[in-house]
Design a protein around this ligand. Structure first.
Ligand code: PLP
Length: 371
């Protein structure tokens, strides 16, 4: 009887979801720490592009002083949106905070995609675009980057022209994760001519030199969305706070669509306090950029590593003459966590986040001992 009921219930679940493969979650930090037999503070965590300096001290102070955790958040997030408007240089009406930029990616996919719709994805890149699109039942058209991780602009244009169902969304990441390369403004302008919504993910833009953010284009560009986050530059990854800059036409529907209390009070308090401590946070960004550049220069001296140039807070390295997976495990045994890849387009790579100077010293010491 019991068994039979369960069988029927699973038949009621959307068949595209029951067919989906489960994904492997990242190991919680405490679990890893136990497994490696090291205290969390002895682990050098360079695998998820987190900010090793953590939140600004003003954030910690504001969080401990805040008296209203028992009261629901403002569904419109007005205080935060006003502060963000100042930071981004775009009027408040265009800005929507989210439970991480990830939540806004999910909203976009569910707002635009029904089964049989399609998106364009440009791998190797951040995994959430194809993940969220597939959750909506949409088809993912991959237009691969070249071996230098450059976009195939003509390939994207061709894919749009030739697709049976016209793709609705194009996801672009600048700086791109995992390589840290930028997309030029000229290329973005060209791709904005396409008849679809262009979503530009600027999760790492605070670490980039060059032409900068395109968020200010949004009010004059009806098919552009820009996503940003506090996870990396402001050290708030665990609190989950991102935001998007959306054309008003899309905002209008997002207001109907979003969960009223999607952004919690602690994330809001932390975001506001971060925006009030920009000089300190900018010093830390500068320190991480210096460390990234030093890391890339030093990794280039290691015979089995070929680091790529990066405008983000991490460096991607091709591993030559040995296995990236084994290298990852050997580093983990010594308490240093990096990300490895061994899949199409990313055969035998490691990605290392920029850390504190002492983290770089420890990492290089171990890497040099492996030659
Ligand atoms: C880390 C990351 C995000 C996630 O941002 P959250 O605000 O933490 O959800 C989005 N896009 C890219 C490319 C990232 O690397």
């Amino acid at each position: 009887m019991k068994k039979n009921t369960q069988y029927q219930i699973s038949n009621l679940i959307r068949p595209d979801i029951t067919r989906m493969e489960a994904y492997t979650p990242v190991q919680p930090f405490e679990v890893l720490s136990k497994r490696l037999g090291r205290r969390p503070e002895e682990i050098i965590k360079l695998d998820a592009n987190e900010n090793p300096y953590g939140p600004s001290p003003r954030v910690l102070e504001a969080l401990s002083r805040f008296p209203w955790y028992h009261v629901y958040p403002d569904p419109q997030q007005n205080a935060l949106r006003i502060a963000l408007s100042d930071y981004v240089g775009v009027p408040t009406d265009y800005i929507l905070p989210g439970h991480g930029a990830d939540e806004l990616l999910d909203y976009l996919c569910r707002l635009f995609l029904t089964p049989n719709d399609a998106i364009i994805n440009c791998p190797p890149t951040f995994g959430m675009y194809s993940f969220d699109a597939r959750l909506s039942g949409a088809r993912v058209i991959d237009v691969w980057r070249d071996e230098h991780f450059q976009l195939d602009v003509e390939g994207i244009e061709r894919a749009v022209a030739e697709a049976e169902t016209p793709p609705k969304l194009l996801f672009l990441t600048t700086p791109n994760n995992p390589d840290g390369g930028l997309i030029s403004h000229a290329t973005l302008r060209r791709l904005l001519q396409l008849p679809l919504l262009v979503v530009v993910d600027e999760a790492y833009i605070e670490f980039a030199e060059g032409e900068g953010s395109v968020a200010a284009w949004v009010p004059d560009t009806p098919n552009l969305v820009v996503l940003r986050t506090f996870s990396k530059w402001a050290g708030l990854a665990g609190l989950r706070l991102g935001y998007g800059v959306f054309p008003l036409e899309i905002m209008q529907h997002l207001w109907k669509f979003k969960q009223p209390y999607n952004v919690n009070v602690a994330a809001t308090v932390a975001g506001l306090a971060s925006l009030q401590d920009l000089p300190l946070l900018r010093e830390r960004i500068a320190a991480l950029k210096t460390e990234r550049d030093r890391l890339i220069a030093e990794l280039g001296q290691i015979p089995y590593l070929r680091p790529l140039p990066s405008q983000a807070n991490f460096a991607l390295c091709r591993v030559e003459g040995q296995s990236a997976v084994r290298l990852h495990h050997k580093l983990a045994e010594r308490g240093i966590l990096v990300r490895y890849y061994d899949k199409p387009g990313l055969r035998n790579f490691i990605r290392i986040s920029a850390g504190r100077p002492e983290d770089t010293v420890a990492l290089l010491h171990v890497l040099r001992s492996f030659r």
